[in-house]
Design a protein around this ligand. Structure first.
Ligand code: MN
Length: 250
């Protein structure tokens, strides 16, 4: 029996994780472990030197799940250390309410939960959904359908070590198809709001981006699901060669 662990960063009661659990159950046996609270944009946070509460809860459809008073990466670290049966065949994180493309992946708890799975030797897929309009009701059906197709293929073909897939699905009734993409470039337009000594970072949604064909941002903005392979080797390999010419001596 295929074993799948589902997590997210929007919190265990978010509608996206429920849609993902239902889709993954078509592929295998599903364990759910996710943050108690919304942990969006917490990055690859690992809670060391502190107690992490874990409790059992029910999702809206009655599914039993583990609720963790920590980050998305904590959920997967705990699972890998014995809180759940490890390793599963795949870890799937999402469906995030909002896209995770370009440099977003460094902020994203959805993506870093998947990276934590890769660090712990298991293949993983991060799934995010591009809400274009905050006033529109969220419908995760299409993102869940696309995620199921991608994860089914991952189970067949297997990802190499320390590598995950980052899937982003546009907010459309039916995607035009799927594009294999590279990470694009976002242009954040954050501004500073201030009230006395209280500061707040506020940015428009959606932010800008460099419109380059073949990138995640390009694909999603053109109605395609975007699938980007992400590697934990963050070395700037092209610079490594140039760096030799700098003649750094110590
Ligand atoms: Mn989120």
């Amino acid at each position: 029996m295929v074993k799948i662990i589902v997590t997210n960063d929007d919190g265990i009661q978010a509608p996206g994780i429920l849609a993902l659990v239902k889709a993954m159950r078509e592929l295998g046996e599903v364990d759910v472990i996710a943050p108690m609270l919304n942990q969006s944009a917490t990055g690859h946070k690992k809670s060391l030197f502190t107690d992490i509460p874990v409790g059992e809860v029910s999702l809206a459809d009655g599914t039993r799940a583990l609720s963790v008073g920590g980050s998305p990466a904590d959920c997967i670290a705990l699972a890998a250390l014995g809180v759940l049966t490890w390793p599963p065949d795949v870890v799937v994180s999402g469906i995030n309410r909002g896209p995770n493309m370009g440099q977003d992946i460094t902020y994203s708890g959805t993506v870093t939960a998947a990276l934590e799975a890769a660090i712990n030797g298991t293949q993983a897929v991060a799934v995010s959904f591009n809400r274009r309009d905050a006033n529109q009701p969220d419908d995760y059906a299409e993102a869940a359908r696309v995620a199921a197709s991608v994860v089914a293929r991952v189970l067949e073909r297997k990802l190499p070590p320390l590598t995950i897939l980052n899937l982003n699905v546009p907010n459309v009734e039916r995607v035009k198809g799927i594009r294999l993409t590279r990470q694009g470039i976002r242009i954040y337009q954050d501004e500073l709001a201030r009230d006395g000594n209280l500061y707040r970072i506020v940015g428009p949604e959606p932010s800008g981006y460099t419109d380059e064909e073949g990138t995640d941002l390009w694909a999603v903005h053109n109605g395609y699901a975007s699938l980007t392979p992400i590697h934990l080797d963050l070395t700037a390999h092209r610079l490594l060669a140039d760096l030799a010419a700098w003649d750094i001596t110590v």
